[in-house]
Design a protein around this ligand. Structure first.
Ligand code: FMN
Length: 315
């Protein structure tokens, strides 16, 4: 990595705190002067569970959103071009950092939330989110070109959605390649700085109607809440550009949630399987495309999962 401005270093460090599928951190950045290029790192793609690279680009979109927010904290504005080269599908975005105004209170609050956002895989309080917080989270997703469709405890479609989560997990459990890939990213060793260490996987839900993912490597079982708010992030289309938008929308929504001490966990196996993804669209009568399925709620805040160093992600 070239010697970079301390501000760019802080921006990239904050960007790297983004969520990513199985904590693969599938991004690589290059810094030249005040220009940052963000590439998807195909060597970190889940080739079996994510053959199209959809979740890889959602993860890169979340990185991109954090970079924009962190730039504002430094009184810089990131001028972003998404997919700047039609011949280079892995070149996710180019960011030119220009001098900007001082950050507003809202911008500062969002940048501070980067440090507080974490995925929580423990049981949540057994109640839906208050409507005002939900609206704020939905607005955040909307601002990035996505929508957040909620599925509340009383919704008729909820049981069907949870049944689809279980069906997708059952199919994945029979698929050796899927299991091996998950195992490769959930195996822990000292000093490992990617993947999900076992202690973060939490216990598996003992109740079938829990809106939470069952990892193969989870140790033990416990009952999970039944009445948290579920939400599906959707985009109008299903192209790489929309996957990147979905990642930005996801992170914007999660950061706003974090400012309200609300956390999320995800159950995306159902969207990795084309059949259950299709069935989910039908169950919710969606004309848009589901990109993420999450539960939103409150729990004690877990620790942070590890991250690769800046040197490892920057050329
Ligand atoms: C596209 C995508 C899919 C994900 N799918 C799941 C999932 O199915 N289950 C889950 O518990 N976490 C899921 N996550 C969350 C990641 O595991 C998490 O972001 C990563 O381990 C880093 O931890 P952190 O979010 O606490 O920083 C997903 C994240 C992304 C961006």
């Amino acid at each position: 990595m070239d010697v970079v401005d301390a501000r760019i270093e802080r921006i990239l460090k904050a960007a790297g705190d983004a969520p990513s599928v199985l904590n693969t951190q599938p991004w690589q950045v290059a810094v030249r002067g005040s220009t940052v290029t963000l590439r998807a790192d195909r060597s970190r793609q889940l080739r079996h569970n994510d053959p199209q690279g959809r979740e890889m680009l959602i993860s890169c979109g979340a990185f991109l959103f954090n970079a924009r927010v962190a730039a504002r904290r430094e009184s810089l504005t990131a001028v972003v071009t998404v997919l700047p080269d039609p011949d280079d599908a892995l070149l996710v975005a180019e960011l030119v950092l220009e001098p900007g105004s001082d950050p507003s209170d809202d911008e500062l609050e969002l940048s501070v939330a980067i440090e507080h956002r974490v995925t929580s895989r423990v049981p949540f309080e057994d109640r839906p989110l208050p409507a005002d917080i939900l609206v704020a989270i939905q607005r955040a997703a909307y601002a990035e070109g996505a929508s957040l469709r909620t599925i509340q405890p009383a919704d008729g479609s909820r049981a069907e959605v949870i049944a689809l989560i279980r069906r997708a997990e059952a199919v994945a459990a029979e698929d050796m390649a899927a299991r091996d890939e998950e195992a490769a990213w959930t195996t822990t060793w000292a000093g490992r700085d990617d993947g999900i260490p076992e202690k973060f996987l939490g216990r598996a839900p003992s109740n079938d109607d829990a809106p939470v993912r069952r990892f193969h490597a989870s140790r033990g079982r416990e009952p999970f809440e039944r009445n948290s708010t579920l939400a599906v992030l959707t985009t109008p289309g299903d192209s790489p550009r929309e996957w990147i938008a979905a990642g930005q929308a996801l992170e914007h929504a999660l950061l706003v949630a974090a400012t309200h001490f609300v956390q999320a966990s995800f159950a995306t196996t159902v969207l990795e399987n084309p059949t259950t993804r299709h069935d989910l669209r039908q169950a919710l009568s969606l004309s848009a495309f589901p990109q993420m399925l999450m539960r939103l709620g409150t729990s004690p805040r877990p620790e942070h999962t590890p991250r690769r160093t800046l040197d490892a992600t920057t050329t």
